[in-house]
Design a protein around this ligand. Structure first.
Ligand SMILES: *[C@@H]1O[C@H](CO)[C@@H](O)[C@H](O)[C@H]1NC(C)=O
Ligand SMILES: *[C@@H]1O[C@H](CO)[C@@H](O)[C@H](O)[C@H]1NC(C)=O
Ligand SMILES: *[C@@H]1O[C@H](CO)[C@@H](O)[C@H](O)[C@H]1NC(C)=O
Ligand SMILES: *[C@@H]1O[C@H](CO)[C@@H](O)[C@H](O)[C@H]1NC(C)=O
Ligand SMILES: *[C@@H]1O[C@H](CO)[C@@H](O)[C@H](O)[C@H]1NC(C)=O
Ligand SMILES: *[C@@H]1O[C@H](CO)[C@@H](O)[C@H](O)[C@H]1NC(C)=O
Ligand SMILES: *[C@@H]1O[C@H](CO)[C@@H](O)[C@H](O)[C@H]1NC(C)=O
Length: 288
């Protein structure tokens, strides 16, 4: 082994990638595993919790604002446009009844799950349009890599998972009473049930336990670059090839997590969303 190979070998052991050497003088506000972030913006969400946050490919951040007013609980879809820091209400949705938002894998189709059907976003008019029967009442809505739509609906208080085929709902019998669900780009399903994170792998017919998580009714699972993140009070993460769920020590309870196409991060906590800029390019030297 020559010296060059030894250096590569040592840096693989330390960092997992042969060409990234850490910049010792690099400070950052937040470190998750080997990723460094600095807080860059704060979006005010008022007296409410942000959940279900998703970036589209233009850098607009969609999320659900979940709060309480005189009428009880409300859920409204909001967007922080790419050139703004102020959340705006998304137009044309049933008031207070928008429970879920999702972005397809091209990051250019945005759908909203409401108490009166599924709506799609129109970028030209910045309005939304009903695209399903109003009888479909998703609590959660998400798309797999092939663009199939999945919803959860609560029947007699038990949350059920369905695949939508036109107006038809196909029930996933093995997955019920779920709290949060997300699907990765290989069609593995991650979900929280009874304070545990499970995965239903694309080649298996039964879910397997990933680890214990706290869950208090609001949270989000997000998969980015082969890492599964869970924002559910605590921020948890696990690489798809790893066996133990890890967690990050944060001051606030987190309820939302989203990554944009440049691996910048948005973390939602009561009253705000903090945008974190990815600082890996400054915190690692790229060796050639
Ligand atoms: C290392 O980090 C420091 C502090 O953030 C920064 O000023 C410097 O440019 C970085 N060095 C390289 C080579 O990126
Ligand atoms: C991140 O922010 C801290 C201040 O909070 C600063 O000292 C540090 O240089 C920043 N790091 C980078 C890579 O910009
Ligand atoms: C932000 O971008 C939108 C279009 O994407 C434009 O209509 C609006 O004027 C822009 N706002 C500002 C403050 O630049
Ligand atoms: C499922 O795929 C994983 C790799 O992603 C593999 O390790 C495992 O053996 C496969 N299981 C079955 C039952 O094919
Ligand atoms: C997960 O929680 C169960 C109790 O529900 C406990 O028995 C188990 O040891 C916990 N596992 C880990 C890895 O903490
Ligand atoms: C993770 O495992 C898969 C197969 O199980 C493999 O193809 C992939 O290279 C692994 N990724 C890392 C980063 O180790
Ligand atoms: C986080 O949530 C738990 C349980 O809901 C609560 O006991 C704790 O005080 C919260 N922590 C903060 C910092 O708000």
């Amino acid at each position: 082994m020559n010296l060059y190979l030894i250096i590569i070998f040592l840096s693989v052991l330390k960092n997992g990638s042969p060409f990234d050497l850490p910049n010792q003088s690099c400070g950052s506000d937040l470190t998750i595993d080997k990723d460094h972030y600095n807080a860059s913006e704060v979006y005010d969400v008022g007296n409410a919790y942000p959940t279900d946050a998703h970036y589209d490919k233009y850098g607009n951040l969609f999320f659900i604002e979940s709060g309480r007013n005189l009428d009880g609980y409300y859920f409204d879809a909001k967007v922080v446009k790419a050139n703004s820091t102020v959340p705006e209400k998304v137009n044309g949705l049933p008031d207070g009844q928008c429970y879920s938002v999702t972005v397809d894998k091209t990051s250019s189709l945005v759908y909203f799950g409401t108490g009166r059907g599924i709506y799609a976003y129109n970028y030209n008019s910045e309005d939304t349009k009903l695209v399903s029967s109003p009888e479909i009442k998703p609590n959660e809505l998400f798309l797999d890599k092939d663009g199939n739509k999945y919803i959860t609906e609560s029947d007699d208080g038990v949350e059920q998972l369905y695949l939508l085929s036109g107006e038809r709902k196909i029930r996933f019998k093995s997955l019920e009473a779920l709290n949060e669900v997300a699907v990765d780009d290989k069609n593995n399903f991650y979900f929280i049930k009874d304070d545990k994170l499970f995965v239903l792998k694309n080649n298996l017919s039964f879910p397997t336990l990933v680890g214990n998580v706290t869950y208090e009714g609001l949270g989000q699972i997000s998969v980015h670059k082969n890492v599964v993140y869970v924002a559910s009070e605590t921020l948890y993460y696990i690489h798809e090839n790893d066996t133990a769920l890890k967690n990050v020590n944060l001051r606030d309870n987190v309820t939302a997590i989203a990554f944009d196409s440049s691996s910048n991060l948005a973390l939602g906590t009561y009253g705000k969303i903090v945008k974190y800029e990815n600082k890996n390019s400054e915190c690692y030297h790229r060796k050639h």
